[in-house]
Design a protein around this ligand. Sequence first.
Ligand code: MN
Length: 204
Amino acid sequence: MAKDKQLSTYKSKRDFRISPEPSGDGKTSRRGNRPIFVIQEHEARSHHFDFRLEVDGVLKSWAVPKGPSTDPREKRLAVETEDHPLDYADFEGVIPEGEYGAGTVIVWDAGPYRNLRGGKKKDKGRADMEASYEDGRIEVWVEGKKLRGGYALVKTGRKNQWLLIKMKDDEADARRNPVSTQPKSVLSGKTIKQMKRAHTEEDD
Ligand code: MN
């Protein structure tokens, strides 16, 4: 699918004269050799974590109210949201009051990923990821600063509702709880509160 078409929902929800978010018109079709994942903490009307995977030139996106777990017994609700531009992976800051998604965003974790369903092909599993997405079952190996190992996203029977589940592997650890113990941005080192404060002071 053409990137413009994929991002039409993203663009229609936002006014880029007001929001500091990327417009999606940039030319970042490929960021590097390996596809990336990013998790953004988003203190909006309701607090959640946005889990995003590079698929077919955009970031496929899910809002995860409780954030990711490192415990394979935990199934975290992940509500699919609109595709975001690749540029969005580096976005953090404050979306102004009255705008879509108003609130503070930090890059909570990020890194490359590998498709565990296929992925041995020359394109590093990129084509297979589209098929996995259509299937409603995605399995990826993420290499972030906080999260590592296999994660599955499994579509449920309910509209837009998926489950984000840590797969059983050596990186699974029921004792960790990085969502609360590792709150800092992997980009700026700021917590969501510090990010909010920094922007509030700028505006004064
Ligand atoms: Mn969000």
